[in-house]
Design a protein around this ligand. Structure first.
Ligand code: R5P
Length: 302
C-alpha cells in the first residue's frame, strides 16, 4: 500500500503513512500558463493499493480534479484506489433547494467513481445518506471524539450547546465525552449568511464556558446569534468547536465580535487561526480496517 498526498492533504497524508508504516509520496502539481493544472506522481511504485489523501475545501473543483486526475491515471495498474477526502465539497448540495438546481453531490460522486475510486473515506459529512449514491465502498469517519479531546484540554467548566436541531446528536455525544451538560437552540435560516434563533431549550449557563458545537462553520451566521444568546444567559465565556472550519466571508471576525473566545476544529481544513485536532489517527485506523476487510472480501473494491 502507498499513500499519495495531494496538495490539500494538510499533513494528514504524511502522518497516516507514518502511523501505518507505509510509503508516502507527495503529488507534484504545477500550472500551465493558461491556468490548467498538471499533476504528477514523482516516484515509481508498484503497490496494489493506493490511498490518495486530498481534502476539498476552497478551491473545491481544483482540489477534486487533482485527486481525480491521479486516480484515473493509475487505475489500470493499481488494484484498489481509496480516496480519503477529509472535507467533502458539495456534500450539502444533495437536493434541488430551488426549482432547476443541479444536485452537485451526485455529479461529484459519479466523477470520483468513474475515475476509478473504489472506496471513499469522508470525515463527518453534513449528511451521510447522499453518499450512498457513490456506488462503491463508503466509510464515514466520526471525528467528534478527537475534536472533543482538544476541547477538553483547555475548557474548564463546559456547557455544550448545539446551535440547531440537526446538530443535537453530535453535540450530545460531545457532551457525554466531556461529562458535562448539554443544551440546544433551534434556528431559522433567513439567507446563506443570516440565521435567527426560533426556540431555546433551557440549560444552566451561569458561570459556564459554553462551547457551541457544530459539524461545520462556514459564514459564522449560525454561531454569531448562538454566542450572543449564551452571553445573555450568563455564560462566563463562549467558544466554538466544529469538525470543518470552512470559515468564509469574514466568519472569524464576525464570531470574535460576538465574543467567541476560542475556536476549535480539526485539520480536515487547514484553518490557521484555530486550535486544530489532528484526525490522522482516525484516518489511519479507518484505512487499516478497510484494507483488512478487503483481504476478506475483494469484491467490495471492484
Ligand atoms: C447547518 O445545518 C450546519 O450544521 C452548520 O450549522 C452550517 O453549515 C454553518 O454555516 P454558517 O456558518 O454559514 O451558518
Amino acid at each position: 500500500m502507498i499513500i499519495l498526498g495531494g496538495s490539500s492533504g494538510n499533513g494528514i497524508d504524511e502522518s497516516v503513512a507514518k502511523l501505518l508504516g507505509v510509503r508516502h509520496v507527495k503529488l507534484e502539481t504545477t500550472k500551465f500558463p493558461d491556468g490548467e493544472m498538471k499533476v504528477r506522481i514523482p516516484e515509481r511504485f508498484d503497490d496494489d493499493t493506493a490511498v490518495i489523501i486530498q481534502s476539498a475545501p476552497y478551491p473545491q473543483e481544483r482540489n477534486l480534479f487533482e485527486l481525480m486526475f491521479i486516480a484515473d491515471d493509475i487505475r489500470e495498474r493499481v488494484g484498489n484506489i481509496i480516496a480519503v477526502i477529509p472535507y467533502m465539497a458539495y456534500a450539502r448540495q444533495d437536493k434541488s433547494f430551488t426549482q432547476g438546481e443541479a444536485i452537485s453531490v451526485n455529479t461529484v460522486l459519479k466523477l470520483l467513481r468513474n475515475s476509478g475510486v473504489g472506496a471513499l473515506v469522508v470525515v463527518n459529512p453534513h449528511k451521510s445518506e447522499p453518499l450512498a449514491k457513490f456506488g462503491g465502498t463508503v466509510e464515514i469517519i466520526n471525528a467528534v471524539g478527537t475534536l472533543t479531546k482538544k476541547v477538553k484540554e483547555s475548557v474548564e467548566k463546559p456547557l455544550i450547546m448545539s446551535p440547531d436541531i440537526s446538530g443535537v446528536p453530535m453535540a450530545k455525544a460531545a457532551a457525554e465525552a466531556l461529562g458535562c451538560e448539554f443544551t440546544y437552540i433551534e434556528k431559522k435560516r433567513e439567507s446563506s449568511t443570516q440565521t435567527t434563533i426560533t426556540q431555546t431549550h433551557g440549560g444552566d449557563f451561569n458561570g459556564k464556558d459554553v462551547v457551541i458545537f457544530d459539524d461545520m462553520i462556514s459564514t459564522g451566521s449560525t454561531v454569531e446569534p448562538a454566542a450572543t444568546f449564551a452571553y445573555a444567559q450568563g455564560a462566563r465565556s463562549v467558544s466554538a468547536a466544529a469538525i470543518h472550519l470552512v470559515m468564509v466571508n469574514g466568519a472569524l471576525e464576525r464570531m470574535r465580535k460576538a465574543g467567541v473566545k476560542r475556536l476549535f476544529g480539526t485539520n480536515t481544513i487547514a484553518f490557521k487561526d484555530a486550535e486544530l485536532a489532528d484526525i490522522s489517527g482516525d484516518v489511519a485506523e479507518c484505512i487499516s480496517r478497510l484494507t483488512k476487510y478487503k483481504e476478506m472480501k475483494l469484491s467490495t473494491f471492484s
